[in-house]
Design a protein around this ligand. Structure first.
Ligand SMILES: Nc1ncnc2c1ncn2[C@@H]1O[C@H](COP(=O)(O)OP(=O)(O)OP(=O)(O)O)[C@@H](O)[C@H]1O
Length: 376
């Protein structure tokens, strides 16, 4: 069974990268913010840059071992690479691009990816989705033992992206070779990867299935990356093993876990309940009151902002709000205490806008991502 064993140390401009990963015949997504070191890891595995320490081994055979002074050139490492920009040679035809990767049979490879009819075309005349398929055909032409994908869907529009993502998902399942996929997008990671590793400043914060990261994030950054809204507040123990958190932006949440002092609070949008009437005082839970934002449809559900939280509702729950949303009326958001996650205060988690994810119930989650900076 194929096993890619990676441990890399490298001094980068702003931090020291130190990453260990073992990848069996599976797809592992390396996700994290810009500058976290994702591309550096991928390029080092491919042999396109060196490391200050560590190793890369495939089934025990070293491609890189700084202690033993082994550092195979890229062409002696059996990797297929797909870069962000597809890196096709613009002056060559599609067929020549694939043949260049010394595939003996570019026509068969292209046909396999549904782009056989484009063999004589120049890359500049292809759509993003077509270029992506050609790049995959080229990456796989040498029958590599390891596949490295750097933001393979980044250049595609939303519609093409969903289609190509599904194709890629099927392909990766068929290939069954160690595959490392670099992406900014938690949704892509959740669909394509068996495991997701979250990297920040050159260190892996957490590795798990997408559903594990959603249900048990190790820290506020991971929570925000999986789609949680992260806000700040001050926690006071409630004397019953939980805590009451006064949020900086107004409102109170109660948590089932104990905490005291400044905290980051992570809440997934699908755990937020929204009502037009305030909860009864005797309910004891926290509440956030806020003027309702617009209702925004998202993947069969509806999102609405209430104060500092974003709620994701079933269509009928949204309909029950009547005209309150969008009309600027006051709505009330509540969250079950066991769904309020408290973390040591982490400014990075708040500074990075959450990627949004829809309810992960039912096996592999269906994700709906919002780009950083887009309104919730
Ligand atoms: N040769 C180098 N020497 C020193 N620092 C470097 C070198 N190459 C990259 N860096 C720095 O290392 C950090 C990680 O870069 P890298 O490209 O791996 O990040 P990334 O996670 O892939 O980011 P993005 O998502 O924006 O592509 C960046 O701050 C980059 O400026």
């Amino acid at each position: 069974m194929a096993l890619l064993d990676v441990h890399l140390r490298a001094r980068l401009r702003a931090y020291a990268l130190d990453v260990a990963l073992t990848i069996g015949p599976e797809t592992v997504a390396l996700v994290g913010p810009s500058g976290a070191g994702k591309t550096t890891v991928l390029r080092t595995i491919a042999g396109l840059r060196g490391a200050d320490g560590g190793h890369v081994r495939l089934d025990g055979t070293p491609w890189l071992d700084t202690a033993a002074r082994v550092d195979l050139p890229p062409e002696r490492r059996s990797v297929g690479l797909v870069f962000q920009e597809y890196a096709l040679f613009p002056h060559m035809t599609v067929a020549a691009n694939v043949a260049f990767a010394h595939g003996d049979d570019p026509a068969t490879m292209l046909a396999r990816f549904g782009v056989g009819h484009l063999a004589d075309a120049r890359p500049g005349t292809l759509s993003g989705g077509e270029r992506q398929r050609v790049a995959l055909a080229r990456a796989l032409a040498r029958d590599p033992q390891v596949l490295l994908l750097d933001e393979p869907l980044a250049a595609l529009d939303t519609h093409t992206r969903a289609t190509v993502r599904d194709e890629l998902d099927a392909l990766l399942g068929d290939l069954g070779i160690p595959t490392l996929l670099v992406t900014h997008d938690f949704r892509d990671a959740a669909v394509l990867a068996d495991r997701v590793a979250v990297i920040v400043d050159g260190r892996i914060r957490q590795t798990g299935t997408a559903a594990e990261l959603v249900s048990a994030p190790a820290d506020a950054f991971v929570a925000s990356f999986t789609g949680a809204t992260v806000v700040r507040g001050v926690a006071t123990p409630d004397g019953r093993g939980g805590a009451r958190v006064a949020l900086d932006d107004g409102g109170v949440l109660t948590a089932a876990t104990a905490a005291a002092g400044r905290v980051s609070v992570a809440v997934h949008p699908w755990d937020v309940r929204v009502t037009t009437d305030p909860p009864r005082p005797g309910d004891g839970g926290g509440v956030i009151a806020g003027s309702a934002g617009r209702l925004v449809p998202e993947g069969g559900r509806v999102r609405v902002r209430v104060g500092c939280l974003v709620a994701e509702l079933e269509a009928d729950a949204a309909a029950a709000l009547g005209g309150a949303a969008g009309a600027g009326e006051t709505l009330y958001a509540t969250v079950a205490p066991e769904r309020v996650r408290l973390f040591a205060h982490d400014p990075a988690a708040v500074a990075t806008p959450a990627r949004t994810v829809t309810d992960p119930s039912g096996g592999r989650p269906a994700f709906a991502a919002r780009r950083p900076g887009e309104p919730a």
